[in-house]
Design a protein. Structure first.
Length: 487
């Protein structure tokens, strides 16, 4: 599968779109499908993208540059507050399917899969029209990988640690004022304050000024998870972080710092995860924060709120979304294709040495593991080689189809595992693999298959996929029927 993720992130607006898209990337990656990120953002967003395949590109103002890169994507995932209906329409004409991440019915989207993991989004007034599919509610909320499998947390009788985090930029500069409120009420606690918008020099100055406070700059997802699990109370903005806090069962005081957080904070209040909504610009904002800090002195209340959060977010949202997309693809073709990666070496080796596969191959000798490893590593990194593997919806290995490209022509070979032979899959895999090859290589004119005359199943599969017989060819003193598919 070719997956393109299109999103945005700037210091003045935050990086929440990027972090939740990373969780989808990680869920695809878990199944050896490697998406590509296209981010309309600033240089600072790179710090969130370690280990991610990405490119920073101003797709909002230069969509043509983006289209060249995402053409023929099985799914284009778009998470944006800036993209127009026209932009979505344009992308949909070049990709097989759209997955649109929405928070608040922002615009009238084109036909697509709408993902809204917002709390209680299943009750939002989406119109169930033909051509639309919906993944709604916190069961589908994409949160980062360290939060997927949280063990039960401990609730301390005494308040010992309080975490303050207002995201990647703290647009309302609330961290220090909130810190002072906490110090007044709980002078003995350890305060952990996360700043995403300050450099190391500023952090060092704050450490000298507030000796009893632990300050942090940007943390990894693993790092912030550990702080959450260690905290007795967290004070935060009412955005994406709330879902990670809910997954960890952490008692939380949330402050809505932007208009797009108002619905989120009200819905979380209804679940019992939050004591009461707080808005940064209300007159009694600081009083409400102080009141909730006092109330959370009760361990019973902290347990109650934490439990309410965990009931709504089990951390499996990203996996559910990816499973849905794969299942949707397989419901039509009974398989999905993805590029081979290093972890696939063993299953390809075992298939390649299957006696039925070897006897139909040009090279009929068995292959040693050392020989295979060198060959496999070379091929998956060769720009002139398209190496695709087929799987069913449960990730059972179906087979391989490979294309070796030379100039404006390619040679194809295909083999299926024993359990999937004779089920009519070969012709569909050949047809889909060939289609992808032509789209990704615009200069390619034809694809050639060499098939032994006695291999009637393969002859039939290639004919059914549109390949035409073009005589015979002698290879290694053996006649092969030659079939060609032209553009």
């Amino acid at each position: 599968m070719k997956i393109s993720i299109i999103t945005e992130g700037f210091q003045n607006t935050g990086y929440g779109h990027i972090t939740r898209c990373i969780s989808l990337y990680q869920a695809f990656e878990e199944r050896n499908i490697l998406p590509y990120f296209y981010i309309n953002g600033d240089d600072k967003c790179s710090s969130y993208l370690n280990g991610i395949r990405y490119e920073i590109i101003d797709w909002l103002n230069h969509p043509a540059q983006l289209i060249k890169k995402i053409i023929n994507s099985d799914y284009a995932v778009i998470d944006s507050y800036l993209a127009s209906r026209e932009f979505y329409d344009k992308i949909s004409s070049f990709c097989e399917n759209l997955l649109i991440i929405d928070d608040n019915l922002r615009i009238d989207y084109p036909e697509s899969i709408i993902l809204n993991g917002t709390i209680n989004a299943e009750n939002f007034p989406y119109q169930n029209k033909a051509g639309y599919n919906f993944l709604l509610g916190s069961n589908y909320i994409p949160i980062r990988k360290p939060f997927w499998n949280i063990v039960s947390r401990k609730y301390n009788k005494e308040i010992k640690n309080i975490l303050i985090t207002f995201g990647g930029q703290d647009i309302r500069n609330l961290t220090l004022p909130v810190l002072k409120i906490v110090q007044d009420i709980y002078p003995q606690v350890i305060i952990h304050a996360v700043f995403g918008n300050k450099d190391n020099n500023e952090i060092e100055k704050l450490k000298k000024q507030y000796e009893n406070v632990k300050f942090y700059s940007i943390l990894s997802a693993e790092g912030i998870k550990d702080l959450m699990l260690n905290a007795d109370i967290v004070i935060t903005a009412a955005g994406q972080t709330l879902y990670e806090l809910a997954a960890t069962g952490t008692p939380t005081i949330a402050i809505a710092v932007a208009d797009n957080q108002k619905n989120n904070i009200h819905e979380w209040f209804k679940t019992g995860f939050l004591i009461e909504p707080i808005f940064y610009n209300e007159i009694n904002c600081t009083k409400k924060i102080a009141d909730q800090l006092h109330k959370f002195n009760s361990i019973a209340l902290r347990k109650k709120c934490g439990s309410a959060g965990r009931k709504k977010v089990d951390g499996q949202g990203s996996r559910r979304v990816v499973a849905y997309l794969i299942d949707r693809t397989c419901s039509v073709d009974k398989f999905y294709l993805r590029k081979a990666v290093a972890d696939d070496s063993k299953i390809v080796y075992e298939l390649s040495n299957d006696p039925t596969v070897r006897i139909q191959s040009i090279n009929k000798n068995s292959i040693s593991w050392e020989e295979h490893c060198k060959w496999f590593d070379k091929k998956i990194n060769d720009e002139n080689y398209l190496f695709l593997l087929a799987f069913d919806r449960d990730d059972k290995f179906i087979g391989q189809i490979r294309f070796e490209i030379k100039s404006n022509q390619a040679v194809v070979s295909i083999s299926l595992t024993e359990n999937f032979r004779g089920k009519g899959l070969s012709k569909r895999i050949i047809k889909e693999g060939s289609r992808r090859l032509f789209i990704e290589n615009q200069n390619l004119k034809s694809i050639t298959a060499y098939i032994l005359p006695q291999n009637s199943a393969s002859l039939h599969a290639f004919e059914a996929a549109g390949y035409k017989p073009e005589g015979e060819e002698l290879i290694n003193n053996e006649n092969y029927k030659k079939y060609i598919l032209t553009r």
